[in-house]
Design a binder for this molecule. Structure first.
Ligand code: NAG
Ligand code: NAG
Ligand code: NAG
Ligand code: NAG
Ligand code: NAG
Length: 380
């Protein structure tokens, strides 16, 4: 009996540690869950405030010190004020911050302080305008400057619609001023981006490996990729690209080679390529490049006259054209031969007497020979 008790206690402790999510102790954090959860192959002490209709972030000043992941989503917080996590807070364990779906319109310059250990910041599905000139405090290029260890920045559908030019203007300033030396992965999908003010917009992110720019309105490779020495994944799916120049394709090729860990992976499906001269260059490049182009067989080009074609089928198109030409040549040859024979026949008919006198003896010999052979064979 005495021996069994510790086992029971251990078992009880085990059960408790597995289901370790409780209401948070702080009154301000009422409604949120606090506790350890298993998330993407690690156990993290998580504070989860999902869909609680919070209108500000005051409660985040009372985050437990051991917090490793903060999920603060589905609330209604228009402005992230200075020092979201408090003036004297030091959340040295905080690794993941998810503030998606909060209708955030503005992030004040010093909103995020004391966040040295955060590796992943998620601000998807918000309504952020970086250049909000309504208040004197607009344009905060240092908004991410305290994230020394940030590896992933998720900004999918994060910005207000119709801010595309302002966003493009500010993105580079933000990256230059934020010193995101470790940033590995950047998500900027669904932001209606067309142009970047500065083609070197991503060049100050020296560790950038993955850039996600799908579902924007980018019309060409209008930013520098050659400066991104570590780039291994570029998503340009569902943009507004009609063609790549040879220089663009060279830039992609510069991100392959034996001196690199991995060759570039490229997503370009869902762009309105045109079936023109440039597409032939793209087609040949697709056959030869070391860049891993995803969904090659589903790439399409469009031509007003013939509609949509699969780019990788262009070869068949070319072959068909070739076959048509050789067919035409055959027909032409047959016609020429027929004309020649007709002319020859006409000539012979017109000059039949002359021909007879010249070839007569030969013909006679031939007919006689035929005659004899027939007789011979009959003899046998
Ligand atoms: C946070 O809580 C909500 C329910 O309130 C749950 O659906 C969601 O999965 C939780 N998130 C995490 C990362 O545990
Ligand atoms: C949170 O609210 C959103 C939108 O109202 C809803 O789609 C989502 O399912 C909710 N999540 C949870 C965990 O209740
Ligand atoms: C986003 O903000 C704009 C004004 O900046 C506003 O007109 C729009 O309704 C907001 N959208 C959402 C989904 O909150
Ligand atoms: C940028 O961050 C690195 C460490 O990641 C630091 O050594 C460097 O001084 C910082 N530079 C600026 C301008 O803040
Ligand atoms: C896509 O590009 C075409 C020109 O090629 C332009 O007319 C159109 O407005 C662009 N669409 C968007 C959404 O930017």
């Amino acid at each position: 009996m005495l021996q069994k008790r510790p086992l029971c206690v251990i078992f009880l402790l085990f059960v408790l540690s597995e289901a370790n999510v409780f209401q948070c102790r702080s009154k301000l954090l009422q409604g949120c869950n606090c506790g350890k959860i298993y998330y993407q192959s690690e156990t993290l002490f998580t504070v989860n405030c999902t869909n609680l209709s919070f209108r500000d972030t005051a409660m985040l000043r009372e985050l437990p010190e051991e917090t490793q992941m903060l999920v603060f989503t589905g609330n209604h917080v228009a402005v992230l004020e200075m020092n979201v996590f408090g003036d004297d807070a030091y959340l040295s364990e905080l690794k993941i911050v998810d503030m998606s779906n909060n209708g955030i319109r503005e992030i004040k310059g010093k909103a995020f302080h004391h966040v040295p250990s955060v590796e992943r910041l998620i601000l998807n599905h918000n309504n952020i305008s970086i250049s909000n000139e309504d208040d004197g405090n607009f344009h905060h290029p240092r908004v991410f400057s305290n994230f020394y260890n940030l590896k992933e920045l998720h900004l999918t559908n994060a910005f207000a619609d119709n801010t595309d030019s302002a966003l493009a203007d500010d993105l580079h300033d933000i990256f230059v001023n934020s010193n995101l030396t470790k940033l590995y992965k950047l998500h900027l999908e669904q932001n209606e981006i067309k142009f970047f003010k500065d083609a070197n917009v991503f060049c100050d992110l020296p560790n950038l490996h993955d850039v996600h720019l799908g579902d924007n309105n980018i019309p060409s490779l209008n930013f520098n990729v050659k400066c991104l020495k570590k780039l291994r994944y570029l998503d340009l799916e569902s943009n507004n690209i009609t063609r790549f120049s040879e220089k663009d394709l060279e830039a992609f090729d510069s991100l392959t080679g034996t001196d690199r860990e991995e060759n570039l992976i490229l997503e370009i499906k869902g762009n309105p390529f045109r079936c023109d001269q440039a597409i032939k260059v793209l087609y040949n490049w697709l056959l030869e490049t070391k860049v891993e182009v995803r969904d090659k067989d589903h790439l399409e080009c469009h031509q007003a006259k013939y509609g949509t074609k699969y780019i990788m089928n262009l070869k068949n198109l070319a072959a068909a054209k070739h076959a048509k030409i050789s067919q035409a040549i055959t027909v032409l040859l047959v016609v020429l031969v027929v004309i020649l024979i007709t002319l020859l026949a006409a000539y012979i008919y017109l000059k039949k007497d002359k021909v007879k006198s010249r070839f007569g003896p030969v013909l006679d010999v031939l007919t006689r020979k035929v005659h004899y052979t027939t007789i011979d064979s009959q003899d046998v």
